[in-house]
Design a protein around this ligand. Structure first.
Ligand code: SF4
Ligand code: SF4
Length: 397
C-alpha cells in the first residue's frame, strides 16, 4: 500500500478504505518450533534478521515470567534501554535470557548520550566516554558479551547523527563485535532524522514512533519508504498512541489490536514493539502476529480514534521555543501520557525529576503562548502533571 492510499484510508472513511490494507508484502517466512505456522515474519532490512511482526517492548514489564512466556510463544526480539527502570529492566532480561541459546533471541538496547540539548544537538557534555561507559554497564547488567542492536537513544536532530565522538564510538563497538548492528531511536522530528539516516551509510536499524495519531503520516511514510529502500531495518514503537485510552478519565479505549495492525499495514515497518505488562497483552499480540489483516470494525475504530484528541504528543516540534519560560513542553506532555495513558506514575515521576521543572512551572504566566498542534491545553496539563513532584517517593509505584 502506498503512502497516499494510507492517507486516503484516514481521509475517505471506512467504505473508501475497504481493501486498502489487504497488502501482500513479500515477506520472509520460516516456522520456528514455538511459532504458529501462521506467524508473519519480515526481514529487518540489511541486517537480514527475520523477525515476527510483533516483538516485545520490555520498557514497563517487570515480570520475567511474562518475557519467558513471550519467548516460548515465538517472540524473538526484546527491546530494552540502559535507562529503563533504573537499570532493572536490563537486569531482569539478563537473568532470563542467559538461560536460552544466545542466537535464539535478538536483544536490543539503547544508550542515551549525556548533554544533548532540547533541540537534540550535542553539547560539551556529549562524549564518547560517557556513551561507552553506559553501554559497558548495560552489557554487565545483561550478562552478555554483545547485543544484537545498539541504539543511540532519542535522536531528534540529524546533527546528532553526524557528531563524530558518538558515531565513531558506536561504529567501533560494532567493529569490535560488542553489537552486531547499530541504529538510533527517535520520537520527535522523525521524518527528518530518518531521511538523514537513509542518506548516510552508517546505520542499520531505526526504531521510530509510528502510529495512526501522527500529524505527518504522509511525510513519515515517505521517509520510511526511503529508509527501507536504503536497506535500513525499521521498527515501530508507540504504536498504540499513548496507552490504551484516548482520555485521562479512561472512558475512551483505543482498539490496541487495530492500532498495532495499522502500523504493520505499512510494509516498510518490519516489526512493532508494543509494550506488554500482562498476559492478556501477550495473548492479544500473538493473535496479531498470526493475522495482521484489519477487519472492517478495526478500520472503523482507527478511523474514529484518529479524529479524537488523545494523550499522545506527536513530537512534531511545532511548539519548540514558543514558551517564554523555555519549558520543555513535549517532554511534559510525555510525562502526562506516562501517568494517564500508560498508568505508570513512576515513569512520569522520573521524567519530571530529570526535567527539573518543579511542581508549578507555569506560575506567574497569565496566558499560555504555546499553540499545540494537537490542541492540548498545555498550561492545564502541565499544572496537573507537575503536582506529582510533591508526592512522597514511597507512594510512587
Ligand atoms: S503557561 Fe504556557 S507559555 Fe506560560 S510558562 Fe506555561 S507552558 Fe510556558
Ligand atoms: S506538545 Fe503539541 S505542538 Fe508540541 S510537540 Fe507535542 S503535539 Fe507537537
Amino acid at each position: 500500500m502506498n503512502r497516499l492510499n494510507r492517507r486516503g484510508f484516514l481521509r475517505t472513511g471506512i467504505t473508501g478504505a475497504a481493501g486498502l490494507l489487504a497488502f501482500s508484502p513479500a515477506l520472509a517466512s520460516k516456522q520456528a518450533s514455538q511459532q504458529s505456522k501462521n506467524t508473519t515474519f519480515r526481514t529487518l532490512g540489511k541486517t537480514g534478521l527475520k523477525v515476527p511482526v510483533v516483538s516485545f517492548g520490555v520498557m514497563r514489564a517487570d515480570n520475567p515470567n511474562l518475557c519467558k512466556a513471550a519467548y516460548e510463544k515465538g517472540i524473538t526480539l526484546f527491546d530494552t534501554a540502559n535507562g529503563y527502570q533504573n537499570g532493572n529492566n536490563e537486569i531482569m532480561l539478563g537473568n532470563l535470557l542467559k538461560n536460552y541459546p544466545r542466537k535464539s533471541f535478538i536483544l536490543e538496547t539503547k544508550v542515551k548520550p549525556a548533554g544533548v540539548d532540547r533541540d537534540g544537538r550535542p553539547t560539551g557534555q556529549t562524549t564518547s566516554d560517557d556513551f561507552l561507559a553506559k553501554f559497558k554497564t548495560s552489557l554487565t547488567r545483561l550478562q552478555m558479551d554483545y547485543v544484537d542492536i545498539l541504539y543511540i537513544h532519542d535522536v531528534r536532530n540529524p546533527e546528532l547523527l553526524e557528531f563524530k565522538p558518538l558515531t565513531d564510538a558506536i561504529k567501533k563497538l560494532k567493529k569490535d563485535g560488542k553489537t552486531k548492528f547499530i541504529g538510533f531511536s527517535t520520537h520527535a522530528n522523525m521524518p527528518s532524522v530518518i531521511n538523514a539516516a537513509a542518506e548516510s551509510k552508517v546505520w542499520d536499524v531505526v526504531l521510530t514512533a509510528y502510529n495512526f495519531k501522527l500529524d505527518s503520516i504522509p511525510e513519515m511514510d515517505s521517509s520510511l519508504k526511503k529508509a527501507n529502500d536504503a536497506g535500513l531495518g525499521l521498527i515501530a514503537m508507540k504504536t498504540i498512541a499513548g496507552g490504551g485510552f484516548l482520555d485521562k478519565e479512561k472512558t475512551k479505549p483505543i482498539n490496541s489490536t487495530a492500532a498495532i495492525k495499522w502500523a504493520l499495514s505499512n510494509p516498510n515497518i518490519h516489526t512493532a514493539i508494543p509494550g506488554m505488562t500482562a498476559f492478556d497483552h501477550l495473548d492479544m499480540n500473538i493473535k496479531i502476529m498470526e493475522d495482521i489483516k484489519m477487519s472492517d470494525q478495526e478500520k472503523k475504530d482507527i478511523l474514529l480514534a484518529s479524529m479524537e484528541q488523545s494523550l499522545f504528543c506527536t513530537g512534531c516540534s511545532k511548539c519548540n521555543h514558543s514558551c517564554p519560560k523555555n519549558l520543555p513542553v513535549p517532554d511534559l506532555m510525555r510525562a502526562y501520557m506516562y501517568a494517564y495513558g500508560y498508568s505508570h506514575p513512576a515513569m512520569a515521576y522520573q521524567l519530571l525529576a530529570d526535567l527539573g521543572t518543579g511542581s508549578s512551572p507555569c506560575t506567574d504566566c497569565q496566558t499560555c503562548q504555546v499553540n499545540c498542534a494537537s490542541n492540548f491545553k498545555v498550561k492545564e496539563k502541565i499544572a496537573d502533571i507537575s503536582r506529582l513532584v510533591n508526592v512522597p517517593n514511597e507512594f510512587i509505584v
